[in-house]
Each structure stands twice: as structure tokens, then as C-alpha cells.
Design a protein around this ligand. Structure first.
Ligand code: A2P
Length: 350
């Protein structure tokens, strides 16, 4: 493309949308024109991109005329409705929602792990769930070197993953607590659910809706997305995966405690650390003597995935624990999305 791409950001006013704008501004993507799309509520607002003030527009089917690249993060139903229209208009869409992730025609991509899948795209590429991305970033080099039998993960997920409104609500709850007033909740844990509970000074073991088997949909996503990315089969039993997802009163940065077993019983923590340190996008922060370990406050604003607390289960050979933290709005969302777009440009796939 000689003078750059016409790019649209769908959901530009949201928590992820703001990061999509700033990540795109720093990306290796020549932008001819940027269109900022949201709902009618935000039409007319202005946001800045590369020092330019741009006006947010209401999203309609006509919004996608002459658009080459769409970065979408406005919720699953909005992607369902508009991305097929954008593809028809000739755009390539990188979708941060769960709308198309399990479609066998749609590559589910973490560039450091399965970039080659991008070649298979038919107009839509899905960005995995934030919790899946940071876990698979750390598991992929271990899987390739030592094989993986089983993964058991518990997450500690920041409120920003539930959107800007939930984030604002948690800060209000904290203020209510400091004022000695009762905390109120209308969004957390899940917008539109029957019951709401305060997240501030609390833990909520519910992210997304419940499935019939008692798992939440977030847990389901972690299980099946991991299999689709590592094994190319969302239902494979080659790696057993189970998850417990918990919302914690942290603003930015998901934590994950991951217990896993490898096929190669000779693998040691030294081997694991070595493979992890060579993985692009991973930073090992693991020095108990110096109290060095990943934390949400230190990972926030960074593109990397941080891994520490790497330990062998001394009672089970071939089993290990590790602790993973990444900024859920960057590697978990906007940065992975923009990184996919950079790869599409570099590989001439737009
Ligand atoms: P708006 O600000 O106009 O509501 P978050 O993930 O932080 O909740 O943000 C959701 C994003 O999706 C916002 O930019 C929001 O815009 C946008 N959005 C929500 N509903 C629609 C819709 N029906 N059409 C287009 N964008 C939408």
C-alpha cells in the first residue's frame, strides 16, 4: 500500500479502544486515515491520535466503506453485526471480542506463538482472551521443549478487563468504603447479570456468565482457546486444561497461578527458566532472594508478559508452578491486536 491504510477502530471510546489508539500511533503501520467508531452515545466526542484531534462517529454499515483494516473491541454482538459488513467492503478485521474465536475459519493468534496461522485468514483474525494470551505466552515454549500433559490455572483478573464502566464503579466503591458509606454495585461482577456485588476489598469468582456445568464462560474460553492455539483443535484432549477465574480489586494487570505437568520428566526449573528467557515477549522476573516477582503495578503499561515464582512440585516429578502477570489491556488486548496488524502488514496479508 503506497500511502498507507485506511484504519477504523471500533469501540474507540472504551478501555481497550484508548489503548488501541495509542498502540496504533506507535506501530509500524502506515496510517492514511483513522476513523474512530463507537455507539451513538459517543458520536461527536474528540480523541487524539498522533497529536491530531479526531471526532468519534456512530458505527453504521456505511462506516466501513474504503476501510482497509478494522481493529475491533466494542463487544461480541457489535463485532457479529459489523465485521462481516467490513469484510464485504474489503477490509481485514482484527477482532478483540470472543465473537469469532471458535470459528474454524478464523485464526486465533498470538504472534509470538502461532503467527503462521495468519496466512489462513478470510478477512477476520481473532485476538484471544486476555487471560489466555498471557498464559499461552508462557506455556508455548515449555510445550515445545518438554511437552505438556496438564494445566491447572487460577486467575487474579483486574477490573479493567470488565470495561471502563466497571473500572469506574470499583473506584466509586473504594471511595464509598473510605467514606464509611455502604458500597453499591450495578455492574460488577458482570454487566446485565441478575445479581451485583462490590468488587472493592472483595474477590468475585465469576467472570462472564455461568455455563450449565458450573464453569464460567471465561473459564471455558481459557480451556478451549489454549487448545485451539497450541494444538489447532479447540476440543483436543492432548493437553488437559482446567481453570478458575477470579476478579480481584486490581486496576490493571492480570495475575495467574499456573500448575502444569510436562511429558519430559527430566525437565528442571533451570531448563524452564532458560526456555522462558529465550521466548520473545517474555521477561523472567524470578529471584526470591531479592524478592523479585511479577506484580500488576509493575507490569501495567508494559507490552511484555512477566513470569516468576517458577518452582518444581517436589512431590510430583515433571510438575511445576509459575506465576504470570501481564497488562490485560496491552498484551491481553490492544498490543496483541496491533501486533497482529503489524504482522499482517509485514507479511502482505492485508
Ligand atoms: P460508547 O462509549 O459509545 O458506549 P468498554 O469495553 O470499556 O466497555 O468499551 C466498549 C466500547 O464499545 C466503547 O467504545 C463503546 O462505545 C463501544 N460500543 C458499545 N456498544 C456499541 C454499539 N452498539 N456500536 C458501536 N460501538 C459500541
Amino acid at each position: 500500500m503506497m500511502n498507507g491504510y485506511n484504519v477504523a477502530i471500533l469501540g474507540a471510546t472504551g478501555a481497550v479502544g484508548g489503548r488501541l489508539i495509542s498502540e496504533l500511533a506507535q506501530a509500524n503501520i502506515p496510517v492514511k486515515n483513522l476513523k474512530l467508531l463507537a455507539s451513538k452515545r459517543s458520536a461527536g466526542k474528540t480523541l487524539s491520535f498522533n497529536g491530531q484531534q479526531l471526532t468519534v462517529e456512530e458505527t453504521t454499515p456505511a462506516s466501513f466503506k474504503n476501510i482497509d483494516l478494522v481493529l475491533a473491541s466494542a463487544g461480541g454482538s457489535v463485532s457479529q453485526k459489523f465485521l462481516p459488513i467490513a469484510v464485504n467492503e474489503g477490509a481485514v478485521c482484527v477482532d478483540n471480542t470472543s465473537a469469532f474465536r471458535m470459528d474454524p475459519e478464523v485464526p486465533l493468534v498470538i504472534p509470538e506463538v502461532n503467527r503462521a496461522q495468519l496466512k489462513q485468514h478470510h478477512g477476520i483474525i481473532a485476538n484471544p482472551n486476555c487471560s489466555t494470551i498471557q498464559m499461552v505466552m508462557a506455556l508455548a515454549p515449555i510445550y515445545h521443549a518438554f511437552g505438556l500433559k496438564q494445566v491447572i490455572v487460577s486467575t487474579y483478573q483486574a477490573v479493567s478487563g470488565a470495561g471502563q464502566a466497571a473500572w469506574n464503579e470499583m473506584l466509586e466503591q473504594a471511595q464509598q468504603r473510605l467514606n464509611d458509606e455502604p458500597m453499591t454495585a450495578a455492574i460488577t461482577p458482570v454487566k446485565g447479570a441478575d445479581h451485583h456485588y462490590p468488587l472493592a476489598f472483595n474477590l468475585l469468582p465469576q467472570i462472564d456468565v455461568f455455563e450449565d456445568n458450573g464453569y464460567t464462560h471465561e473459564e471455558w474460553k481459557m480451556i478451549h482457546e489454549t487448545k485451539k492455539i497450541l494444538l489447532n483443535d479447540m476440543d483436543s484432549s492432548d493437553i488437559k486444561v482446567t481453570a478458575t477465574c477470579v476478579r480481584v480489586p486490581v486496576e490493571l494487570g492480570h495475575g495467574e497461578s499456573v500448575y502444569f505437568t510436562v511429558n519430559d520428566q527430566q525437565a528442571t526449573t533451570v531448563d524452564l527458566r532458560q526456555k522462558l528467557s529465550k521466548m520473545p515477549g517474555i521477561i523472567v522476573q524470578d529471584d526470591p532472594k531479592q524478592q523479585l516477582y511479577p506484580q500488576p503495578l509493575t507490569a501495567a503499561g508494559k507490552r511484555a508478559t512477566y513470569v516468576g515464582r517458577i518452582r518444581a512440585d517436589e512431590e510430583n516429578p515433571g510438575a511445576f508452578n509459575m506465576w504470570i502477570v501481564a497488562d490485560n489491556l496491552l498484551k491481553g488486548a490492544a498490543w496483541n491486536t496491533v501486533e497482529i496488524a503489524e504482522c499482517l502488514v509485514e507479511d502482505k496479508l492485508i
